[in-house]
Design a binder for this molecule. Structure first.
Ligand code: LLP
Length: 419
């Protein structure tokens, strides 16, 4: 459920007509609904209420500091993959003691920054990384809390680019090697082993791969605890899917109840790293029709947004629902490609899509764009990054200004030898 709904012919974001925001702020832009964000967080967190748990929202899905602040106020922790994400979390008032640091390639500076801020734990992905964390913690006079990300070799049955839990993927430590690395960690002076972790992929539409991965990790936990370590945290990552078109992903209640069944009365704190399920349907992307054009083969609707603003269709062939912000059934429908201005043929939002016959100046809403939309945006083709707006009831605020041309080049420089 989300708060982007049509009232009559007009699309509203909560209590505000989308047309009004687009008119005032300009296009392209992202609009997020505070009520939807809050609802999704509470539904997810609430479903887990019988389990000792911590939700660590995955910052990469949408890292705007107003989004992070909304979630921090609800009590969320954060899953980060870079120093930049930690910086954002701190700025937004997030609690560093509720931060887990994931990722295969943490740099020395990032490790230091995280240690200085006393994060909850590092999800370590290789032996070399473990050694580096030990050294840096030693230098800072700290003990680094670590868990190991295990690659359980489970097929998440999702797009190959966002599958991470198969042995062929670069992620995690192979299960067969897990005991060895825990043993090694126990010998390191500046390391405190606190947990175990897995993240098998994103946009999962079934519960079974999560359960399969958890079963494997629970078996491992038994073996690891025989080494004399107690595993405090069991982090199962993120990955729960959402509906973009006709997918039927499990409701958080179903996901939680399967997990509950599996855990029984085991005493362990579960950590979850949801991204998309919290923010995906809490955002839309709004773009304006610049031109329409008909060729012997196709109809094209050329809009002011492009793949640099929302790359999911181009990168994964992802489907996003698209409709006019103001409907007018009288104008009839066409089949068209909805494309952006960028000089690449994969700069499209939809291909062969049935849509009302819109024209120059009409606004289109691209739905389910709250996750991996703005956070994956770039300046390709020297396009300023778009504005972001948050709506709360009948109020709205710009939470990121549209970039200006000077901002595009503010940190570039012509060296003296070219003067
Ligand atoms: N934890 C870790 C370690 C992750 O790598 C990810 C996502 C998450 C949590 C959050 O997963 P979620 O709950 O959002 O599925 N750009 C792609 C998705 C990439 C996901 C990367 N990792 C897309 O637009 O579909």
């Amino acid at each position: 459920m989300n708060h982007f709904t049509y009232r009559g012919n007009e699309l509203f974001a909560e209590e505000v007509p989308v047309r009004e925001i687009a008119g005032e702020v300009g296009t392209p832009l992202y609009i997020y609904s505070h009520a939807t964000l809050t609802r999704h967080y509470n539904v997810f967190d609430g479903a887990l209420s019988d389990i000792d748990h911590l939700v660590c929202y995955s910052v990469k899905a949408n890292s705007n500091i107003a989004v992070l602040r909304t979630l921090a106020k609800l009590g969320s922790g954060f899953d980060i993959v870079s120093g930049g994400e930690l910086y954002r979390v701190l700025l937004a008032g997030g609690d560093p003691h509720k931060v887990v640091f994931s990722g295969v390639g943490k740099s020395d500076d990032e490790i230091e920054f995280a240690l200085e801020n006393d994060i909850l734990m590092f999800n370590v992905e290789s032996e070399e990384e473990l050694e580096v964390i030990d050294q840096i913690a030693g230098k800072l006079g700290k003990k680094a809390p670590v868990s190991f990300r295990i690659n359980p070799d489970v097929d998440p049955k999702t797009h190959p680019y966002i599958s991470t839990g198969l042995s062929k993927n670069k992620f995690g430590i192979p299960s067969d090697y897990a005991l060895e690395i825990y043993e090694k960690a126990l010998k390191l002076k500046n390391i405190e082993v606190v947990g175990i972790d897995a993240h098998i992929g994103s946009q999962l539409t079934q519960v079974s791969p999560f359960i399969e991965a958890m079963e494997k990790l629970l078996r491992l936990i038994e073996k690891i605890e025989k080494l004399g370590v107690s595993i405090k945290y069991f982090d199962i990552g993120g990955g729960l899917g959402i509906r973009y078109r006709d997918e039927n992903p499990p409701h958080p209640e179903e996901y939680a109840s399967e997990i509950k069944k599996l855990l029984g009365d085991r005493k362990i704190k579960m950590i979850f790293e949801p991204g998309r399920v919290i923010v995906g349907n809490a955002g839309i992307f709004v773009t304006k029709v610049l031109y329409t054009k008909k060729t012997p083969l196709k109809n094209f609707i050329i809009v002011d947004g492009a793949m640099n603003d929302l790359i999911r269709p181009a990168l994964y062939g992802a489907h996003h629902e698209i409709s006019p912000v103001v409907l007018d059934q009288k104008r009839g429908k066409i089949i068209a490609d909805i494309v952006g201005p960028i000089c690449e043929s994969d700069d499209f939002f939809a291909r062969e899509r049935e849509i009302e016959k819109v024209g120059r100046g009409d606004f289109l809403a691209i739905f389910s764009a709250g996750a991996y939309g703005f956070s994956m945006a770039s300046n390709y083709n020297s396009r300023p990054r778009v504005a972001e707006v948050m709506v709360k009831g009948s109020e709205y605020a710009i939470i990121r200004q549209r970039e200006t041309y000077p901002e595009l080049v503010w940190n570039e420089k012509i060296p003296s030898f070219l003067r």
